[in-house]
Design a protein around this ligand. Structure first.
Ligand code: SF4
Length: 293
């Protein structure tokens, strides 16, 4: 529980506050950018107290999603309702992609997503295991797959797999002692079709087994390989490349051949292009920049 006595001095006066245990994961700014301030890699603070019901609702989604419970509300009004409201749609024109919130500290607050689809939903990366989220996921039809983009964002994968009966998917190069029980191991560097509309695309670099998931010709889930930022740019960074930058650059070049409009990452912000051609061009440009770094 967040402590008012540890609230950071930058908070705007009022009911909501952030305390000094914030780990700068950016979850709150992704879910409620109107309320929470600071740069994407900075400690968060309440920049502006919510001015209406919708802003408060979004801020409370962030409160319950904070991986270290660093966000507090003195009144507590609406917190219980917020805990039962996740997951929430990514955007009005992307109603089949839901933001699960409930970030886990063990994944350093990485985002996880639910893809709603007729052939069985897909949970992309693992949220924190909580009873309210489990109830909502079950009400939405559960999940057929739990797609793990790489070794770092696996959080409570075993509990989700057991509770939902879904098959976990992870590249063999990223399997560790904690994930050796995954049901489906991907091999090699060639894309693997999990279903007609689901393509697992190995993108080694950030980690040896990093893998993107393409859903239809629209959504590309990228883990920590590729992300958007708060200014609407695409990015990848050598400073958070844990395995091999040249491999990550080559993976980016190959990725530009695939067809998608959205980039939906684990860390960073979702990014959307005006068209498939524009998305491919942006990824090609980024790959060329990476070659120069
Ligand atoms: S969600 Fe919590 S840990 Fe993450 S930036 Fe916000 S306050 Fe900090």
């Amino acid at each position: 529980m967040a402590l008012r006595t540890r609230a950071v001095p930058e908070n705007a006066p009022g009911d909501l506050f952030v305390d000094d245990r914030c780990i700068s994961c950016d979850t709150c700014r992704r879910l409620a950018p109107a309320t929470f301030g600071g740069g994407e890699d900075d400690r968060a603070f309440v920049a502006s107290q919510p001015s209406d019901g919708e802003a408060r609702r979004r801020a409370l989604l962030a409160l319950v999603s904070c991986p270290v419970a660093a966000i507090g509300s003195t009144s507590g009004a609406g917190v219980r309702e917020a805990s039962r409201a996740l997951p929430v749609p990514l955007a009005e024109d992307a109603p089949d992609i839901l933001d699960c919130g409930y970030a886990a500290e063990s994944s350093f607050g990485a985002a996880s997503w639910l893809v709603l689809r007729r052939g069985g939903n897909v949970l992309v990366d693992s949220p924190r295991f909580t009873a309210p989220l489990l109830a909502r996921l079950r009400a939405l039809g559960g999940a057929r797959f739990l797609f793990l983009s790489h070794r770092d964002d696996v959080a409570d994968h075993a509990r989700w797999a057991e509770a939902l009966g879904c098959a976990r998917v992870l590249h063999a190069r990223d399997v560790t002692a904690g994930t050796r029980g995954v049901e489906l191991r991907l091999e090699g560097d060639a894309p693997t079709a999990l279903a007609n509309d689901l393509l697992a695309i190995p993108v080694p670099g950030h980690t040896a087994g990093s893998t993107a998931l393409l859903v239809g010709e629209r959504y590309l889930f990228t883990g920590d390989h590729l992300w958007g930022d708060a200014e609407g740019r695409l990015g990848a960074s050598r400073s958070v490349c844990w395995w091999d930058w040249d491999s990550q650059t080559r993976s980016m070049e190959r990725l530009a051949a695939h067809r998608f409009e959205w980039v939906i990452p684990g860390h960073g912000r979702p990014w959307r292009a005006q068209s498939i051609d524009a998305a491919q061009a942006a990824v090609r440009d980024l790959a060329a920049e990476m070659r120069e770094r």
